[in-house]
Design a protein around this ligand. Structure first.
Ligand code: SF4
Length: 347
């Protein structure tokens, strides 16, 4: 089944994800028989231009982190494709991926567990460069530059990760990811493990680096206010699929999918009066198991707008660039960068 091609800009895509899927074997029951496969990611498609930033948001277990891992090829897809800079990287071996690693890097959620505690910071940052064949002296020089770039003191290069706070450790992780001057960073919940007081500093840092270095981001987060700050576009995921994607101003200003509306209604507002007056949308129940997704629209058991057709027909994101659809999607402004998988999008 073909799902969406969503193109936001006329620039050629740096990253093209098409009908991407990842299934894991079902768990064994008491009888020893395996249950149904678990579709963690199911038909995800989007484009990302050079220097562009796309946020992937949704509840825990919606498949956003698995999508990130498929893009950087820490996992192999079971369906669909990932093209980077025009080349298909979906099924490259570890050896074939090695030269590409310099262009595609990942920032992890928990900085301390992603840094080797037995290595100095200098070694941690230089490691990707040594793999690419740099000399130790050149790699050390580059590590010194990177410490400065991420707001750390270069004199701390010979310290170990446990000597740094969580925020500083995440700066080290970011420095490591930037060592090879990548074009794409996949950041998997980069601030969610940090104290609230330092989250804003890391978000500011990532925003500054993106503009200074012309980086493209796939920014995975459950905090929609963080995504709004860092990203140009946002994709909302539910049960392994994208249910709404588009320009952040359009999506945040006027969400069209009932799930997006519910997520946004839970984001705290800075104005205390508006915060007291706004209406929260409470969804019934928990997300269904990806091993047994509901028929039709997977969101229908929790959707306040569900009708009979929602229980039988799965709504798809439409194929085509903004303004190029054969018909105008209900609820969407003409030419708007927005796609929604819903039979009844809108207010
Ligand atoms: Fe709700 Fe139906 Fe839209 Fe699904 S298709 S989100 S159930 S209105």
């Amino acid at each position: 089944m073909t799902t969406a091609k969503v193109t936001a800009t006329p620039a050629p895509a740096l990253l093209s994800v098409r009908d991407l899927g990842k299934s894991f074997p079902g768990r064994r029951g008491r009888t020893g028989r395996r249950g149904a496969p678990i579709k963690a990611v199911d038909g995800v498609s989007f484009d990302l231009a050079a220097g562009e930033s796309l946020g992937l948001v949704g509840e825990s277990g919606c498949g956003k982190s698995t999508t990130g891992r498929l893009i950087v090829r820490l996992l192999e897809p079971t369906a669909g494709s990932v093209h980077f800079d025009g080349g298909d990287i979906s099924h490259l071996s570890a050896g074939e991926m090695r030269p590409l690693r310099r262009n595609i890097q990942m920032v992890f959620q928990d900085p301390h567990s992603s840094l080797n505690p037995r290595q100095t910071v200098a070694r941690i940052i230089a490691d990707p460069l040594l793999v690419q064949g740099w000399t130790r002296n050149d790699a050390r020089r580059r590590a010194t530059e990177l410490m400065d770039l991420v707001g750390l003191i270069p004199e701390q290069l010979d310290r170990y990760p446990h000597e740094f706070s969580g925020g500083q450790a995440q700066r080290i992780g970011i420095a490591r990811s930037l060592a090879t001057s990548p074009r794409l960073l996949v950041a998997d919940e980069p601030v969610s493990a940090l104290d609230v007081s330092v989250q804003a500093q890391i978000v500011n840092l990532m925003e500054r680096l993106r503009h200074e270095l012309d980086l493209a981001y796939v920014f995975i987060a459950h905090d929609l206010s963080v995504v709004k700050r860092v990203c140009d576009r946002v994709a909302v995921m539910y049960l392994g699929r994208i249910v709404e994607i588009g320009d952040k101003h359009a999506v945040y200003g006027r969400p069209l999918h009932p799930y997006t509306r519910a997520l946004l209604s839970a984001v705290p507002l800075p104005d205390p009066v508006a915060e007291r007056q706004r209406e929260r949308i409470t969804l019934a129940g928990d997300p269904p198991s990806p091993a047994a997704p509901p028929p039709g629209c997977a969101f229908h058991p929790r959707c306040p707008k569900a009708e009979a057709v929602c229980r039988t027909e799965r709504p798809l994101l439409r194929i085509g660039a903004p303004g190029q659809h054969s018909g105008q999607q209900p609820g969407r402004q003409p030419g708007e960068d927005r796609e929604v998988a819903c039979h009844f999008p809108g207010d």
